[in-house]
Design a binder for this molecule. Structure first.
Ligand code: GLV
Ligand code: MG
Length: 313
């Protein structure tokens, strides 16, 4: 192991993150009872320009009045982008009016580390001014060519501060790259494989290098559970911890994919046990079910057991 080690500053269970438009308060109560780990109340792309101010007000009320934490839900707000006229007031009003109950802010279309820096600096000042005891985390959407080109730098510099997670925003990423599609996520039959693989993999590695959570973004076809699950499984196979739901019907699917199944947890525990027994005999490796297991197997097994324990807690 390198002597340089970046570890997660905050651990949160984030198997599924439900996107809830701030302009639709009717959805708030439904989100509360949905069984989801995380919600983000959206001020950005799901809200029309004429609704921006009303949505901000709705979101502040929802954070103050609804018992998200009592329902085991982490609550985030996706603010407007740094290139808009809304972003500054989004951050100021959120922290001043509901900062004590806000867990994270999700910044869309992060292109360079300075985008994160600006929000971080604002949060530092606003939290001091408000005398808040909690520290609001930052999550960043990597969904532009610029963001992906800088993803390692964003992760590395952000990891020293409040940045906790990077999300892959497939729709804007497709738009930014002029990828030939109008679908939100899913595979393009004209591509021999998964056209998002390289991007999700790159973002996931950047996250894991610097102690951040990698989260896969939306899958637009909410009438295609199999397509959703297949996309979630591909992301999980690469190391993502969770995926967005843009419809409550996708929550259970994501929870299922991102919860290690009992057989996997059982196998991981057997690996740990077998290696403990081998260590007692002075051996670093062992055989289990006809396969070699060693210290790397132990690290993989521990990941599974730790994830299962965090979800069960
Ligand atoms: C999410 O914001 C996306 O663009 O996919
Ligand atoms: Mg987007």
């Amino acid at each position: 192991m390198s002597h340089t080690l970046y570890t997660a500053s905050v651990n949160r269970v984030q198997r599924c993150e439900l996107a809830v438009p701030g302009s639709n308060p009717d959805f708030f109560e439904k989100a509360l009872k949905s069984g989801v780990d995380f919600v983000f109340l959206d001020l950005e792309d799901a809200v029309a320009p004429d609704d921006k101010l009303r949505a901000r007000k709705n979101v502040i009320e929802a954070i103050n009045d609804i018992d998200w934490h009592g329902h085991g839900i982490t609550v985030s707000v996706r603010i407007n982008g740094l290139d808009t006229q809304y972003m500054v007031r989004d951050v100021v009003d959120l922290v001043e009016q509901c900062g004590a109950k806000l867990d994270t802010i999700l910044i869309p279309k992060v292109g360079v580390y300075s985008d994160v820096y600006m929000v971080e600096a604002m949060l530092n000042q606003l939290e001091m001014q408000q005398g808040l005891k909690n520290k609001i985390g930052i999550e960043a959407l990597i969904e532009t060519a610029l963001g992906m080109a800088n993803v390692e730098d964003i992760a590395r510099q952000g990891a020293c501060g409040r940045l906790e997670a990077l999300h892959f925003g497939v729709a804007d990423f497709a738009a930014s790259n002029r990828a030939r599609t109008t679908n939100i996520g899913g595979l393009n039959p004209n591509y021999p494989g998964d056209q998002w693989h390289a991007a999700i993999s790159r973002m996931t590695v950047a996250c894991r290098a610097y102690g951040l959570r990698p989260i896969d973004g939306p899958f637009g076809d909410f009438k295609d559970p199999e397509g959703f699950k297949a996309a979630a499984k591909r992301a999980a196979a690469l190391g993502c911890e969770g995926k967005w739901a843009i419809h409550p019907g996708q929550i259970e699917l994501a929870n299922e994919v991102f919860t290690p199944p009992p057989a996997e947890v059982e196998k991981a525990k057997r690996i740990l046990q077998a290696l403990q027994e081998a260590a007692a005999q002075g051996k670093g490796a062992a055989a289990l079910d006809g396969r070699l297991i060693d210290a790397a197997s132990e690290r993989m097994a521990k990941n599974i057991v730790t994830a299962a324990e965090a979800i069960a807690a």
